[in-house]
Design a protein around this ligand. Structure first.
Ligand code: SAH
Ligand code: DHB
Ligand code: MG
Length: 231
């Protein structure tokens, strides 16, 4: 399922909204040269995350899944001078490329890449900087762990903060019958967790574009910790 207009419209919107600059283009070139998979967010999606972080006045952001640092550069650029983004990455090779791209973008002071499996490094962040430290958490790593990452995100994101999850639609497979794909099953588990979780208000948007058909989920962490969903 694909329509050439999706990429054409992304190209049009990027041409009007100036979605990428030279540092971001260099980051993608470095990622391709290093043989990394081309699975980052698109320029418009990266800018969308940037705008969201700006709207929130985010000072501390957590990202799970760095790849080459492309989304981290978009989010890092949204931060004030004393802001901080931690981005978690299991692959030392990906992390190395990400760190170089982040340095090239002039963001080394604000962005820290933490290398290791996120389920091992998230508990460390829960100690330092501590629970509820983050204004915004972006989950974009191995999809089978999506529900586990969401659970950590709830612990690490402050009341009034937001949790965003990438790739929650998967060409529509998320709504399909009994999937064998562990990525789809992982995302279904995420939505089951969201369905029963109190203290959040969540939505999701289907997206099309240069990366095809997918979507984002977003959850607002209620300041009271107990407000019902669906209002
Ligand atoms: N957010 C990036 C894309 C991330 S792609 C961007 O849009 O630019 C997913 C990344 O998650 C890959 O680099 C992969 O190595 C990493 N990953 C996979 N399993 C992981 C794990 N258990 N812990 C941390 N990172 C993981
Ligand atoms: C794919 C896309 C992503 O954005 C991601 O985080 C992981 C995988 C993909 O297209 O396979
Ligand atoms: Mg993704």
């Amino acid at each position: 399922m694909s329509d050439p207009r999706w990429a054409d419209v992304d190209e049009y919107l990027e041409s009007r909204l100036g979605a990428e600059d030279e540092a971001l283009r260099r980051a993608q070139k470095a990622a391709a040269d290093a043989g990394l998979p081309r699975i980052s967010v698109t320029p418009l999606q990266g800018k969308f995350l940037h705008v969201l972080a700006r709207l929130m006045g985010a000072r501390r952001v957590l990202e799970i899944g760095s790849l080459a640092g492309y989304s981290a550069i978009w989010l890092g650029r949204a931060l004030p001078p004393d802001g901080k983004l931690y981005t978690l990455e299991v692959s030392p090779h990906h992390a190395q490329v990400a760190m170089a791209n982040i340095a090239d973008a002039g963001l080394s002071d604000k962005v820290e890449v933490i290398v290791g499996p996120a389920l091992a490094t998230l508990p460390v962040l829960a100690t330092d900087p501590g629970p509820a430290s983050f204004d915004l958490t972006f989950i974009d790593a191995d999809k089978p762990n999506n529900a586990a990452y969401f659970s950590w995100a709830l612990r690490l994101t402050r009341p009034g903060g937001a949790i965003v999850v990438d790739n929650v639609v998967r060409k529509g497979a998320v709504a399909g019958p009994a999937s064998q794909d562990p990525n789809v099953v992982g995302t279904q588990h995420l939505f089951e967790a969201m369905a029963t979780q109190t203290g959040i208000t969540a939505s999701a948007l289907q997206t099309v574009g240069s990366k095809g058909y997918d979507g984002f989920a977003i959850a607002f962490v209620e300041p009271t910790g107990g407000a019902p969903q669906g209002g």
